[in-house]
Write a protein that binds this ligand. Structure first.
Ligand code: HEC
Ligand code: HEC
Length: 232
């Protein structure tokens, strides 16, 4: 039996995960994407969601443009990603003491409707920090092959609009403070809770960011988040 050093296992696992996620990305054939879009479009009603979204505005701001930088902008985020995240928060798999009580009573249909509503809104957002965004842009657009960091734009898009069909989140106009926290939480395995066996309780999409964020330094996070905040 071969014994591996924990660091070697982690590095191999991360490399395999990134390879798998990039392969999954490449194989997103057009018919599959069309089917996913049709599925997502069939499920939530933005009109019904508008009426159910009043309780969200206290924190997420008018139309989902939050003022407090710790609370994410959800205006214009894709519906598939939002519905997944609200469900994870409701079910206690993504810890969120502030929001969990608010979404506790929502049905799956309520969540789809509310997500459809916020997806139709426009993010306003803030400027990028002039000291850091250029370094962030370089990493966002080009990645860093030497450190095994893929280009963020491969999944989050050239101007941070994400990939709605695949449920990859939009990042444009997101608060830098919030983005830094998410990248740190992924890296520290804190974004999601674990089951009794130690498995992260989240969707298959979460594995990609857990792997990628583990390779970023604190400076990378600051630079990337600054660039993200200024993207439109
Ligand atoms: C009391 C404040 C509060 C209220 C009310 C609230 N949220 Fe949140 N929400 C938060 C915070 C804080 C986070 C991010 C926590 C973290 O750092 O992970 C969040 C995260 C989210 C996310 C994940 C965003 C992302 O980019 O991953 C979504 C989607 C969301 N909220 C939707 C809603 C909806 C829909 C409602 C209303 C039904 C709502 N929230 C009500 C505070 C709130
Ligand atoms: C292989 C595809 C892929 C690549 C490459 C990628 N991401 Fe992600 N990213 C995702 C997915 C999928 C999610 C949602 C994961 C989940 O379910 O938690 C995500 C989530 C995020 C979030 C949290 C969003 C939110 O609203 O909470 C941030 C911030 C982020 N990524 C930044 C980056 C940065 C910066 C890079 C480049 C260093 C990057 N990502 C590269 C797929 C990717």
């Amino acid at each position: 039996m071969t014994t591996y050093k924990p660091t070697a296992i982690r590095a191999a696992r991360i490399t395999a995960l990134i390879a798998a996620s990039m392969a999954a990305l490449a194989s997103l054939a057009a018919p599959a994407m069309a089917a996913e879009t049709a599925k997502a479009a069939a499920t939530g009603s933005a009109e019904a969601g508008a009426a159910k979204s009043a309780t969200c505005l206290a924190c997420h701001g008018p139309n989902g443009n939050s003022v407090n930088p710790e609370w994410p902008v959800i205006a214009g985020q894709n519906a598939r990603y939002m519905a997944e995240q609200i469900t994870l928060i409701r079910d206690g798999k993504r810890p969120n003491l502030l929001m969990a009580p608010i979404v506790k009573g929502l049905s799956d249909q309520d969540i789809l409707d509310i997500a459809a509503y916020f997806a139709t809104q426009t993010p306003t957002g803030h400027e990028a920090d002039p000291s850091f965004w250029q370094a962030g842009e370089k990493l966002y657009r080009g990645g860093d092959a030497a450190r095994g960091i893929p280009a963020c734009l491969a999944c989050h898009g050239p101007v941070g609009r994400g990939n709605p069909a695949a449920g990859y989140p939009a990042l444009r106009a997101q608060h830098a403070v919030y983005a830094v926290k998410q990248l740190s939480d992924y890296a520290g395995d804190l974004r999601y809770t674990k089951d009794e066996k130690g498995h992260v309780q989240a969707g298959p999409n979460s594995q990609m960011m857990l792997a990628i964020a583990a390779r970023l330094t604190a400076e990378d996070r600051r630079n990337l988040a600054s660039y993200i905040q200024g993207m439109r």
